[in-house]
Design a protein. Structure first.
Length: 286
């Protein structure tokens, strides 16, 4: 099968980046969101990223326009009726994802592959609500999508070898590096990364050091490009909490207990960069 038409669900920071790399690879993209405002914001982000590529001489203005032309607005899942692949990047919530996949199973043609960009939720459980679990797979892009090379590819219990190979080849077409991972909570990326971020939040909560000091230790001492609290704000504190909850529930091990300070910030609506406030303050972009 040649994948030519894709729907990306969720036009947030991940979905907009995924739509951009799909369109840059020549695919026709339907970018779907429940909110028109979120769609418009996503398109503005993509336009800014592409404009920067033009300024840097990596792309011509004509190429930029061609990429943008390949992205269509969608506010209804029914628009998935003709696509070869769906990549879902809505919120990190099992109920939301299962509801989307159940609908997609009815709407899309039998050959369509259904992928999720979930950070941590079991692919097998998402696949179980469909009648095509062999065609459901995890495609975990990293943030910011246009820059980061890794895509963790997660096999659900029933994912077929054919579908795995198809997605692996597509990832290479995106000029990204596929890494195969089995279906366990948090996969590899967030099983390792998120407990470190959670621990950094505990060190702040317990008054071990200031937020700036914690970030400096990890930036200057471990050569991390961003300190863990800056990175948490960048990822989104709601997403960080959802991932910690998945690890905590999935393994039943108290070492994954989300820090109460993380819960408090999420309850306050301080979700990080995307809401203008998290551990740090930000000017809201576009
Ligand atoms: N979108 C698109 N491009 C971006 C960007 C964004 N949000 N942020 C930065 N860039 C681009 C810049 O435009 C710049 O491109 P050029 O080479 O064309 O100039 C390039 O990235 C480098 O940016 P900067 O020079 O401004 O800054 P930097 O050197 O500090 O790099 C960074 C920025 C790449 C984001 C770097 O700080 C970094 O690697 N941070 C860590 C990111 C990380 O850990 N990501 C994984 C998060 S976890 C995850 O994604 C999984 C999950 O499930 C939660
Ligand atoms: P986000 O909050 O920036 O965007 C989510 C978008 O999904 C919003 O625009 C929202 O309107 C839309 N949405 C919500 N419910 C929807 C539905 N039912 N149908 C269509 N659209 C819907 O979130 P994000 O950071 O882009 O994360 C999206 C997914 O990607 C999550 O599963 C997250 O775990 C995963 N992920 C996030 C990161 C990260 O660093 N933020 C990295 C890798 C994977």
């Amino acid at each position: 099968m040649t994948i030519q038409q894709v729907m990306v669900i969720g036009a947030g920071q991940m979905g907009s980046g995924i739509a951009q790399v799909c369109a840059q690879a020549g695919l026709a993209v339907k970018l779907n969101d429940i909110s028109e405002e979120s769609f418009e914001k996503g398109i503005r982000t993509i336009t800014q990223n592409l404009s920067r590529n033009v300024v840097k001489g990596r792309m011509t203005e004509t190429e930029k326009e061609a990429v943008l032309k390949r992205i269509d607005k969608s506010l209804s899942l029914e628009d998935a009726s003709g696509v070869d692949l769906v990549i879902e990047a809505a919120v990190e919530n099992m109920k939301v994802k299962q509801s989307i996949f159940k609908q997609l199973d009815e709407i899309t043609p039998p050959h369509t592959i259904l992928a999720s960009n979930t950070s941590s939720l079991p692919i097998t459980e998402i696949a179980a609500v469909t009648k095509r679990p062999e065609q459901v797979i995890g495609m975990h892009f990293m943030n910011p999508v246009p820059v980061m090379k890794l895509v963790e590819i997660i096999r659900g219990l029933a994912t077929s070898d054919e579908v795995y190979t198809e997605i692996e080849q597509l990832t290479k077409k995106f000029e990204k590096v596929p890494v195969e991972v089995n279906d366990f909570p948090g996969f590899v990326a967030n099983r390792v990364l998120m407990p470190m971020i959670n621990e950094a939040i505990y060190t702040l909560y317990e008054g071990v050091a200031s937020k700036e000091a914690i970030d400096d230790v990890m930036k200057l001492g471990m050569n991390h490009p961003m300190g863990p609290l800056t990175l948490a704000d960048f990822i989104g504190l709601d997403t960080c909490l959802y991932i910690m909850e998945t690890l905590y529930e999935g393994f039943g091990d108290s070492k994954y207990r989300p820090c109460p300070l993380l819960r408090k910030y999420v309850k306050a609506g301080w979700l990080g960069r995307k809401t203008g406030r998290g551990f740090y303050d930000y000017e809201l972009e576009n």
